[in-house]
Design a protein around this ligand. Structure first.
Ligand SMILES: N[C@@H](CCC(=O)N[C@@H](CS)C(=O)NCC(=O)O)C(=O)O
Length: 269
């Protein structure tokens, strides 16, 4: 049992102290969902191995009463297994399978294009001692050797193309208050983490002021005493569209709906 109801979490922070990693974000929410206080071990991209006593090169890691758990997904499963008497993060194996799908869809649809729109901001906002590592590793591992400046350039043309692709996700949230139903669960935290990452690095907004995702996003960022409201975060809303840009979202009731509920032939009603 966690001593003093507190679990230690190894963070990944920007110079402002705000968390950048989506994996750490979802773990912060998971710990709060389970009712724990969090003892944060601060730090940036460099020195993770030293901070964790050689145990890991990646975060999040948690330590629960001396027991180390690595990897955000494994941590969430551990929390449910160890503390089944507290609110559950997962609702069985089918939710896990569906969430794996939602995760990969959101990463492909949102994080991939936004990564290329905000990669220089990401670098500039990181801790000064991380700059050289962030530049070298991101250019080598994710950008085929292209310079951060060249990858981010022209983002004004690319940003307006992303909101319309999020329509299936908007559709999902039109049907339910949270992905977890009446209350949020790990599906919400995992999806929120994509937008929390974006808000941590986006010096210019990716979504329009009136995006229908705003309701769920605002409620999600406000959870647990405003867990997602660190002063270092940027607003997600305020993307300015230019002539010729696509409609950012489908207006209520129009288009993209799946087939409506079959209420029977008119004479039979
Ligand atoms: N599957 C792992 C992924 C963790 C991960 O990749 N964390 C990144 C931050 S988003 C990291 O620690 N990166 C360290 C680095 O870039 O050197 C999890 O879910 O915890």
């Amino acid at each position: 049992m966690a001593a003093n109801n507190t679990i230690t979490l190894y963070d990944l922070q920007l110079a402002s102290g705000c968390t950048i990693s989506p994996f750490v974000w979802r773990t912060k929410y998971a710990l709060k969902h389970k009712g724990f206080d969090i003892d944060i071990v601060p730090g940036g991209f460099t020195g993770i191995k030293e901070r964790t006593g050689g145990r890991s090169e990646r975060v999040p890691c948690i330590v629960d009463d001396g027991h180390w758990v690595l990897d955000s997904w494994v941590i969430a499963e551990y929390l449910d297994e160890k503390y089944p008497d507290r609110p559950m993060l997962f609702e069985g194996p089918s939710m896990k399978a569906m969430l794996r799908f939602l995760d990969s869809w959101l990463w492909a649809t949102a994080i991939r294009p936004w990564f290329q729109c905000y990669i220089l901001d990401y670098h500039d906002l990181s801790l000064p001692q991380d700059h050289a590592y962030v530049r070298e590793s991101r250019e080598r591992m994710f950008l085929q050797g292209r310079k951060l400046e060249d990858v981010q350039a022209g983002r004004e043309d690319r940003l307006p193309l992303v909101p319309p692709t999020l329509e299936p996700f908007r559709q999902l949230l039109r049907e339910t208050k949270w992905l977890g139903g009446e209350t949020p669960n790990y599906a919400d935290y995992s999806a929120l983490a994509v937008f929390l990452w974006t808000a941590s690095v986006a010096k210019i907004p990716p979504l329009t002021e009136d995006d229908p995702l705003r309701d769920w996003l605002d409620r999600g960022f406000d959870l647990y005493g405003g867990l997602g409201r660190h002063p270092g975060m940027h607003t997600l809303f305020g993307l300015k569209l230019r002539e010729g840009d696509p409609e950012p979202f489908v207006k209520e009731g129009a288009g993209l709906n799946t087939a409506p509920v079959n209420k029977g032939a008119p004479a039979a009603r």
